[in-house]
Design a binder for this molecule. Structure first.
Ligand SMILES: O=C(O)CCC(=O)C(=O)O
Ligand SMILES: [Fe+2]
Length: 322
């Protein structure tokens, strides 16, 4: 990891005094690819706290749930899977989902389509891609794009294959998400379709949120995506097998290395509300590295725009009976 000051800087000069990025560099990708970059502009330098806290060395693995067991003809297998959802949501707020039925080729295709999108000339992405996100005037080391998939489907026109791949991918992922949400509903002791119906998931919101984290010459100073919880009900995330996601667990950051071809699922703020706080929407963040381009594709699922989210009355009564 490079920690030396850039050539020509006086030894006492703190990295915060580096000049701002040249105006014509508008994406982090372009900045990262600009030749001889050995420092990062001060606008990308995050304050040391709280973003550089130690990472947990926990050997406790993030829960993994076999999605196919939800459809098992053995009632015991389904109910055991529901119990696992409950435990994963209570203990972590995050879990891995295997055997979900979305073909590997589709997962690869959407990652490649997003990679191609981010590789388009700057002019072609302008107006679609959001290049830099600012947190208190500090920019994240990330380019990203958010595209509505449901209830209205949108797609950039380039690359040409994007529309078809996104449409197919988001439909398949939505089916998986709704089934997991049914499992979560049951795990809370609610009717299987309680969340689906109450939050009108037939008209629910679904986005593709694609993130590109280019290599960063000073990864210890930058942040790909600062700590946040997700809005909505459930996010299903895939990535190009380059690590970077960290999840807050028992007060520490835990590195997450997803199983290939699995989804990383996390519950969002609306489940925290609906569950009356039984399940928490957990903080997570993305750190960057100095070697590899990382791509992650999050597909958040939320209530219909006109749905009203409130604690399920059964769960309020449960608390009242304690
Ligand atoms: O890049 C990642 O792994 C995290 C992405 C994320 O948390 C988000 O898009 O909300
Ligand atoms: Fe997130």
């Amino acid at each position: 990891m490079a920690t030396t000051a850039p050539t020509g800087s006086p030894p006492s000069q703190p990295s915060l005094t580096h000049p701002p990025p040249p105006r014509k560099l508008t994406t982090v990708k372009a900045l990262s690819e600009s030749s001889g970059l050995s420092f990062i502009p001060s606008i990308y330098t995050f304050p040391k706290q709280p973003y550089h806290e130690p990472v947990s060395d926990t050997k406790e693995p993030i829960p993994t749930i076999d999605f196919s067991l939800l459809a098992s003809s053995h009632p015991d297998e389904r109910s055991e899977t529901i119990r696992e959802f409950g435990k994963a949501c209570r203990d972590w707020g995050f879990f891995m989902v295997t055997n979900h039925g979305v073909p590997e080729r589709m997962m690869k295709a959407i990652i490649e389509a997003c990679r191609e999108f981010f590789g388009l000339p700057e002019e072609e992405k302008r107006g679609i891609s959001i290049f830099n996100e600012s947190v208190d005037e500090i920019l994240c080391w990330r380019d990203y794009v958010k595209i509505f998939q449901h209830p209205e489907f949108h797609s950039p026109n380039k690359p040409p294959s994007f529309r078809e791949i996104a449409l197919e991918y988001s439909k398949r992922v939505r089916l998986v998400a709704r089934e997991i949400i049914r499992g979560i509903s049951e795990s809370l002791g609610l009717e299987k379709d309680y969340i689906d119906e109450t939050l009108n998931l037939e008209n629910g919101l679904q986005l593709i949120a694609a993130n590109l984290y280019p290599p960063c010459p000073r990864p210890e100073l930058a942040m790909g995506l600062p700590p946040h919880s997700d809005h909505g009900i459930l996010t299903l995330l895939i990535q190009n097998q380059i690590g970077g996601l960290q999840v807050q667990h028992k007060g520490k950051w835990v590195n997450i290395d997803p199983i290939p071809n699995s989804f990383l699922a996390n519950i969002g703020d609306h489940i925290e509300i609906l569950s009356n706080g039984k399940y928490k929407s957990v903080l997570h963040r993305a750190v960057v590295n100095n070697r590899d381009v990382r791509i992650s594709i999050a597909v958040p699922h939320g209530p219909a725009l006109d749905a009203i989210v409130s604690p399920a009355s059964k769960l309020v009564e449960d608390v009242g009976n304690l």
